[in-house]
Design a protein around this ligand. Sequence first.
Ligand SMILES: [Zn+2]
Ligand SMILES: [Zn+2]
Length: 339
Amino acid sequence: MKQVVLVAPRHLALIEASAPAPRFGEVLVEVKATAICGTDIHIYTGQTSVVYPRVPGHEFTGIVEQVGEGVTGFSPGDAVALNPNLSCNNCELCILGKENLCPNGLFMGRETDGSLREHLTVPQSLVFKMPSHVSFAEGALIQPLSTVVHGQRRADIKSGESVAVIGQGATGLMHTRLSKLAGAYPVIAVGRSQWKLDLALQMGADFVVSASQGDPVAQVARLTGSLGADVVIEAVGNPDTVRQALDMLKPGGRMLGHGISPQPLPSLDLYRMYRKETTLMFPRALTRADFYMATSLVASKRLDLKPLITREYALEEASAAFRFAEEERLQVLRVVIKP
Ligand SMILES: [Zn+2]
Ligand SMILES: [Zn+2]
């Protein structure tokens, strides 16, 4: 089978490898689509270090080809979405249902090989049946949606609370949509690109704020009756927008850091956070329950993933796909690679 390996920063190679066979409790999957996100770009550029060679890819879907001994509930031909977080299932955190924090956990495409290949095997616990109305490319976005569901469960938005979402990339747009579904009002989408703000309106934002026209903090204050938002979701991951997020919060408010950056935050005004009794949350990855809920949400058609797919490439064009995703960041929500 063909697989794409990262052999050095920004250097992908297409190589032949032998197809795996499913062991006890494993499912053999024919990969149909992989979406590329910011985490993959950090791995691709070397900002996140990995052991080379590594097969990238963690947002993916496929078709069950064969089931190993002991697998129940799946048969060849099932369209499936896959959770890339391999956890040990036996440590204290896994037992407590916090397998996203498992110290023995491996993330596909980073600590272990990912999905940019034609076939792979995974334990049955990572496999979820895909809603029948979505394409394989759309289904690949169930994984990032699960991380958004995880964050939303932590944020616990109450009906009528005001929410500002900074950054309208794919996960920012999902947060905008899910905040609306949680009953928040107003939901304020903050972003730089007009086309993404237009999409945010389509996803249900009550107001949009252009961060390139005037001070977004002042605009959010104006839209929330001067005190700021109950919940601010930061979905960019750079120090300036984290600072803006803290400034947008109402006293007693909570900030959810969804954007991940390898850059450290230079300084935090702790006294100011104390005065405002700020709650900070940095949700990590997802649990099996989050993946299940994300799949149900997509099945219910309350969220449309199709507008989040910018362009599709073949496996052989993986280098061009990564180059496009890195260089045209402002034009891209998700690039999808299909074997
Ligand atoms: Zn991702
Ligand atoms: Zn564990």
